[in-house]
Design a protein around this ligand. Sequence first.
Ligand code: SF4
Length: 84
Amino acid sequence: MTATIVEDWQDRAACRGPSQRIFFPPTTSERRSEKRMREARAKQICADCGVQDRCLDYALSIREQHGIWGGFTESERRGMLGPR
Ligand code: SF4
């Protein structure tokens, strides 16, 4: 997980470290099945994260458009926010 503004809860993020890359699509292409597996692995990490609620609130508040935040994909978060 990356963010322009580092907030205190991010120090306790379970996604810090090498696993961070699975929270975002690769720069190269990704098959649908690979995407599903990557997202499922990321969501498993989120499920055990102690700051999941704060992470999701933050991602929604800034309308983060990329990656898994708070256990939800960008399209799932868009569904929570509704139209602009
Ligand atoms: S909820 Fe997921 S994306 Fe958010 S800080 Fe925790 S592990 Fe990272």
